[in-house]
Design a protein around this ligand. Sequence first.
Ligand code: UD1
Ligand code: UDP
Length: 377
Amino acid sequence: MPTVPEPIRAMVVLGTRPEAIKLAPVVRAMSADPRFEPVVVSTGQHREMLEQMLHLLEMKAAADLAVMRERQGLAELTGRLVDGLGRTIAESGPDLVVVQGDTTTAMCGALAASYQKVPVAHVEAGLRTGDLGNPFPEEINRQLIGRISRWHFAPTERSAGSLRSEGVPDERIAVTGNTVIDNLLWILPRGQGVPAFRTGLRRVLVTLHRRESQGAEMAAMAGSLRRLADRGDCELLLPLHKSPAVRESLLPVLDGHPRVTIVEPLGYADFAATLAACDLVLTDSGGVQEEAPSLGKPVLVLRATTERPEAVEAGTAKLIGTDAAVLYDEATRLLDDAAAYAAMANAVNPFGDGRAAERIIAALTHDHGFLPVGAPT
Ligand code: UD1
Ligand code: UDP
């Protein structure tokens, strides 16, 4: 009788909201495939925002390192993560470790796995701004992960090109699309979400959280958001990130305005429904920049740089920087100029077609002969 091969033990490391969202499709695909045995390890870099997502995405973590501290600094966070993940990987002995994106959890997961000589698969590989200070520390994290990963799952041809130009061999790269689109297309048809807007006015969805903008710059942007709300014809909805530094930057300026609706972080189904119901998105989020174009929503990207220029090139996103006056002017233009709005309101999918997880599994098993797993080189 032929022997059944042992399943591949894939440790999937995640710790923040976007990692849960973007790794859920990979975990689902691995769980449905007898060749894999996925083991989800949560670092708990986020607490409430992660628990909310794991529950909604029907994922259970086999271990939770519970590393989150209020106002955690990057060095202490990194120390706790490398130590905790190193022990977990050593005890569990996975065949490979899967990390996603550019968080400190992802960087430390890749580093800890490499220290244990366990090969790393990087989901959402090859995004680059080329500026180590922006976004900070994400650009540092993803460049480091790129150096030590064995398999690189690039969402687009452009991100694959960035990896090639850094010397990553072609056979280690697979262009898969972004798993965030898999998840969006999974959650929307379920129809479980409720849009969080409260008025019948025009609907502007705002999310802000980046470390490099926190403080005076973010407070100034909040001033412009308030001026937009003062117009009287639109409601600004702000699902507020849990970070105290974000709250201190935004709340003193925006709280109490009758047309600024401030809510706790929304569950994924509600957020997706809110995004689908909005007219305009103002955001510094990576994931939201990827989701909004799929739904034909114009996005003003409130950042100095973007590692996701595909949406800008497709015409549905505009990178406007973090200057408060520019934010006001650009948002006003889209609210007042129907032609400018229509030019950006195109449903395009530069980031994927909803089959990224499927391609990741295929690449890990067949296409590139990646498995059986060997030692990292
Ligand atoms: C982190 C990632 C960032 C990602 C973002 C997604 C790093 C360094 N940053 O940024 O790349 O875009 O997540 O949201 O990896 N907090 C809570 N409860 C939570 C989550 C956070 O109280 O559920 C508070 C804590 O005080 C924590 C602070 O927020 O110290 C900041 O969290 P942290 O994960 O360090 O950074 P983020 O700004 O969330
Ligand atoms: N999101 C959510 N609820 C919210 C705000 C965002 O579910 O209240 C989702 C959103 O759909 C996207 C992801 O969180 O998939 C983005 O996370 P975040 O902006 O925190 O991180 P980034 O993508 O910038 O790393």
